[in-house]
Design a binder for this molecule. Structure first.
Ligand code: ADP
Ligand code: ZN
Length: 428
């Protein structure tokens, strides 16, 4: 590690909680007035909720504001929630559309800098210092991953290897030839890389850390990938609506939760149904307000992501920004089979506990005239049987899917986010 650089990219990462709260309160009042003054949709939403923005008093009043969702974005497609004229916009990104109509996010020059700053903080948190080689494997395009990691890496003065997605053999050769120290990827792509590294018999001794996100990163997946690559794994979090990858934060070297950049975002965790606030420690839906974004600030955006606030105490790493648990799933990901509710990430966590099981699997939901059944297809070594998988899942999840074993390499691989759940209607 270089000694001339601080372990924090931005001094804001360690300010006291009192300072943080004062800053949040001021910024919250400002952004609400700004949105009302510059956008008719926000103005109408606030008026309908009976909120006079001139009387709005910050954090204490936040629950008076209406909650917006992906639906609000869709109703106002493409950028009806934008607060700036087109002439101020410099870039746009669009969600991958995992859950329906894509969401568009426009950026001003200031927003691009804000994004880069959040992302640069994440890089530094993972131990990256100027001139360290970072390989960016998420795609460069409408998906925010590639460009976000690029903007941040430039600000953090890293050496960028902008491979983008695909061509895994070339990725690995370039990582070897240019001594990649930090590998950024969508979680499921990291396992693809491991597989091809094994096939090519190439080791990457320079690789120090993986910064993985865009999908659930279960503890067992982080462990599997970390051990296979011999690296430390960091879980990075962000979404199109908050301004892209890294805007919300990342876990630190203490690996005790994801620090969320609270000087930039105000978080609430609410009951997904009643929308009432939940106490710290209780799992609910994350609602985010962006405090500094200019083109399209989100105000009380319900993310669909389920997590809980773990702590607001200063972390062993010195940062004061609160920590949330890794995302356990999305509200719309929840599967209900024979009365048991569960998330795909729980299946993954349980599967990876079975020795000989590989991190490639699919969850097949079969619908026979309204009756749902579940099958799990998983790649595994020869000694693993379907019965072993069924028995373990029954123990861990409380229901008994059929387990089908596939030879390593037999299940389909995707670029970008993995399709883990497949719904099939069976007419017989
Ligand atoms: P889409 O919603 O279409 O997938 P995005 O590319 O904006 O589009 O993805 C953001 C979403 O990806 C988040 O709301 C969250 O569900 C998921 N996500 C991003 N990072 C993580 C992470 N580290 N852990 C779990 N889920 C994540
Ligand atoms: Zn920390």
């Amino acid at each position: 590690m270089s000694t001339e650089h601080s372990p924090y990219f931005n001094p804001a990462e360690t300010i006291s909680r009192d300072e943080l709260l004062t800053l949040q309160n001021e910024r919250l009042k400002k952004i609400v007035r700004y949105a009302a003054a510059n956008n008719g949709v926000y103005r109408d939403l606030f008026a309908k909720a009976g909120v006079d923005v001139n009387d709005f008093n910050g954090i204490d009043d936040i629950q008076k504001l209406p909650i917006i969702s992906k639906e609000t974005f869709r109703e106002n497609y493409p950028i009806g929630l934008c607060c700036r004229p087109q002439s101020d916009l410099r870039e746009m990104h669009m969600s991958s559309g995992s859950t329906g109509t894509p969401v568009v996010m426009p950026y001003t020059q200031g927003d691009l800098l804000q994004w880069a700053d959040c992302m640069a903080r994440c890089y530094r948190m993972a131990g990256a210092y100027p001139s360290d080689p970072v390989q960016i494997t998420p795609s460069f395009g409408l998906f925010n991953g590639g460009f976000g990691m690029y903007h941040g890496a430039r600000l953090a003065e890293l050496f960028v290897i902008p491979t983008g997605s695909g061509n895994t053999e070339r990725q690995i050769r370039l990582a070897r030839d240019f001594g990649t120290k930090f590998l950024t990827a969508v979680v499921s792509y990291s396992i693809r890389i491991i597989e091809v590294m094994e096939r090519l018999n190439i080791k990457l001794p320079s690789l120090r850390a993986g910064i993985f996100g865009a999908e659930s990163l279960t503890d067992n997946m982080a462990k599997t990938v970390g051990e296979a690559m011999g690296i430390e794994v960091f879980n990075i979090y962000g979404m199109t609506e908050t301004g892209g990858v890294g805007t919300l934060g990342c876990d630190c070297a203490d690996h005790s939760g994801i620090h969320v950049w609270e000087d930039q975002y105000y978080l609430e965790v609410v009951d997904p149904i009643t929308k009432q606030p939940l106490p710290d420690g209780t799992v609910g839906e994350l609602v985010v307000t962006s405090l500094t974004r200019e083109a399209l600030p989100v105000i009380r955006f319900k993310t669909g992501d389920l997590t809980r606030i773990l702590t607001r105490e200063r972390c062993a790493c010195g940062r004061t920004h609160l920590k949330i648990d890794s995302i356990s799933g999305r509200t719309d990901d929840m599967l209900i089979i024979k009365g048991v509710n569960f998330f795909p990430a729980q299946v993954e966590q349980a599967l990876l506990e079975i020795p000989g099981v590989h991190p490639h699997y699919q969850i097949i939901i079969e619908d026979r005239h309204g009756v749902k059944d579940i099958r799990v297809n998983v790649e595994a070594d020869e000694n693993v049987t379907g019965f072993m998988v069924e028995k373990h899942l029954k123990e861990r999840l409380g229901f008994s899917p059929k387990g089908d074993i596939f030879a390593p390499g037999a299940l389909p691989r995707q670029e970008g986010k993995a399709v883990r759940v497949i719904h099939k209607t069976i007419d017989e």
